[in-house]
Write a protein of this length. Sequence first.
Length: 484
Amino acid sequence: MAVATASTYRMLIDGAWREGATGRTFVVRNPATGASIAEVPDGNLDDVRAAVEAAHRAFPAWSHLPADGRAAILHKAATIMRERQEELARLLTMENGKPIAESRGEVASSAAFLDWNAEEARRTYGQVVPAASPDKRVLVLRQPVGVVAAITPWNFPLSMPARKVAPALAAGCTVVLRPSRATPLVAIETFRILKEAGIPAGVANIVTGTNSAEAGRELAEHPLVRKVTFTGSTEVGKQLMRYAAGTMKRVSFELGGHAPFIVFDDADLEKAAQAVILSRFRNAGQTCICTNRLFVQDGIAERFSARVAELARNLKVGNGLDAGVQVGPLIDERGFQKVEEHVADARSHGAEVLAGGRRVSPDGLQGYFYEPTVLGNVRTDMLVMHDETFGPVLPVMPFATEDDAIRLANDTPFGLAAYFFTRDMGRGFRVAEGLEYGIVGLNDPLPTGPHIPFGGFKESGIGRENGAEGLQHFMEVKALSIAL
Ligand code: NAD
């Protein structure tokens, strides 16, 4: 694939492709090889402000466009995205490292977010409420909230922007996106697609750059921004919430997770083992809903751990562009060090390495590759059992009863996704209801999609994306009381 150049990648602000105010750029690197892929504008505060002001100017016309008009543009963008699936998937793998099959899936799901929200745009119904007196009428109207600032992480560089920008635009909001500095390229491509699909100037803006803290603060404090939607770590989410409080902005936060995966002894064990592998090791374990802790009922714990370790050892690690690769590199040095620290901490406290446990260099590649790792004999006070590893490491712990499993699973400040496998439907309901999590997969390691509300309990966030709920978070409710 041809290597892109700085002239290919610019920021879309007020309908025009721009360099940053300073003219500076930064390099985006392939985490599998360390090679430079492209240069991207290093936008500063002037660029952020220009984008916010453009979005503010574009808001009246866009919010008054009938829903059909907004839906037509989003559907067209989805079609273009599907036509470019292969090209986008390759670029995504180059900047993020994930296997190409996962990138193709991410392009498909991103196009699905555009289509789903295009349809939802037509269904932002209000209400007529029975009035308290005969000479009054009461209506409940829904209106777009205004300028939306969206801040996204690197682990799903295409679908995270799509999951925010699509509902915001569908609701009638205008948007400024700040993608992660590690993976801005497919985000920029998304805006190229939106422009080609006919999005008016200023409605969708993207500002790239290296100073995330400065840009994030500006977006969360800017008086013209009415809503901040952020996906990333809980730590940064809390900081943004403090900034947003100054102007009482609406916020939606999709933050960290620490997903438990519970296997009861009546489960289909082979299906459960395959599901754990998928849930833990896709995207090299760098997924907010990835399994972080595996709890197995004590009678089957040894046999099940051995099977999971065997499957983990058989996963192919390498450059995501190579056929058959199932686990790519970690995103960067910081991510790699966290994984090493978690494994070292577990080992030093007596954990047994059942699979993996070290850095590897497939085909001599210098990226941050780590073997899919399974740890036995773990305790709840080990780092892996309470801090999000965000890497290919799976600690396994036995449990005795249903109540124990629920208690262990809920013993965390996070509450994003949880999984469990059982064939007993009564237990299915009891456990699903007992788990303090926003997303529960019962015999299902992939409980997500544009039609399913996505978000967390506790410190995993506020609000929901996707589903019918998703769009509502970009709208205000207005009560209209009329005296006749
Ligand atoms: P991060 O919090 O470091 O960064 C997320 C985004 O915020 C990036 O664009 C980054 O540039 C920006 N940012 C960083 N510091 C900032 C600051 N001080 N102020 C404002 N913006 C700042 O997270 P990450 O490493 O990019 O992503 C991994 C985290 O994201 C994990 O905790 C993961 O669980 C979480 N995540 C959650 C979901 C979800 O839907 N709940 C989805 C994906 C990732």
